[in-house]
Design a protein around this ligand. Structure first.
Ligand code: CAA
Length: 256
């Protein structure tokens, strides 16, 4: 089974990518990240495509996080590598993509899922979506740029609270704090994104690319290496093992 579905909308000059692991709530494993990354490389060179929409298959999840089952037994070194290579292959690639990338958040956007949405340039959420960075409740921290990008988008104080309390918020709250640009009914999600993509036709592709580069440059300082190192170090703690075991056994963790 392909991990992503791909189609093009010629009228809007838009590529639509759907993450296709609905049974695992579209959790990001290595295959999904690699397929997404490869597809973005192709889109980048295709001049008929002016923008990209990323969404998830189904109406339950955009992406429920990095795949916990895949990384649960990683060593510190492999975890640091997971975090760093994920950023290079996907998360930072999207942030710096020379064409606008939108996320159509069609359900849970948790952990790596919210980090994926945070990497896109514009976030449109369905009214039923739930968003959060609950990694601390697994004995971890966000490892795909969430500690860097969430404060950039909603401010340090709200980001601190969201990350430290593992709080999951609804779409209305996400809109109120500026985490998402728009909230629409689930059935209107793609149409709303396509309408935004059509607005890009009024600008030159070069100006959009330069605008993205320039806007991103206001965040040139970044703590991404610190985040990856801290993320990896947590893999050596008993509490991380307890957090993951509790998730697998569908119970609350008992942290020391
Ligand atoms: N990784 C792997 N599998 C996942 C997953 C994830 N992040 N999220 C959900 N799944 C799987 C579940 O294990 C389950 O699989 P099985 O049927 O094989 O048991 C399936 O998807 C359906 O999930 P649930 O039964 O849990 O569905 P639910 O409706 O009861 O709960 C949920 C939904 C609240 C989103 C819950 O699935 C959940 O809490 N998921 C984990 C969210 C999370 O902690 N995300 C952060 C991951 S860590 C991370 O992202 C690190 C990083 O920054 C790099």
């Amino acid at each position: 089974m392909r991990m992503i579905n791909y189609k093009e909308n010629p009228e809007h000059k838009t590529a639509i990518i759907e993450i296709n692991r609905p049974k695992q709530l579209n959790a990001l494993n290595n295959e999904v990240i690699t397929e997404l990354s490869n597809k973005l490389n192709i889109i980048e060179k295709n001049s008929t495509i002016r923008s990209v929409i990323i969404t998830g298959v189904g109406d339950k999840a955009f992406v429920a996080g990095a795949d916990i089952k895949e990384f649960q037994n990683f060593t510190k070194e492999r975890a640091i590598e997971l975090s760093k290579s994920g950023k290079i292959k996907l998360f930072n690639k999207i942030s710096h993509f020379p064409k606008p990338v939108l996320s159509a958040i069609n359900g849970y956007a948790l952990g790596g899922g919210l980090e994926l949405a945070l990497s896109t340039h514009i976030r449109v959420s369905s009214s039923s979506a739930k968003l959060g960075l609950p990694e601390c409740s697994l004995g971890l921290i966000p490892g795909y740029s969430g500690t860097q990008k969430l404060p950039q988008v909603i401010g340090v104080n709200l980001a601190m609270e969201m990350i430290l309390t593992s709080k999951i918020i609804n779409a209305e709250e996400a809109y109120r704090i500026g985490l998402v640009n728009h909230v629409v009914a689930q059935k209107d999600l793609l149409d709303k994104c396509l309408k935004i993509c059509k607005l890009f036709h009024g600008a030159s592709p070069e100006s959009l690319s330069s605008a993205i580069k320039s806007i991103n440059s206001c965040y040139l300082h970044n703590g991404n290496d610190i985040e990856s190192t801290e993320f990896g170090a947590l893999f050596e703690t008993d509490n991380f093992k307890e957090g993951v075991n509790a998730f697998m056994q569908k119970r609350k963790p008992n942290f020391n």
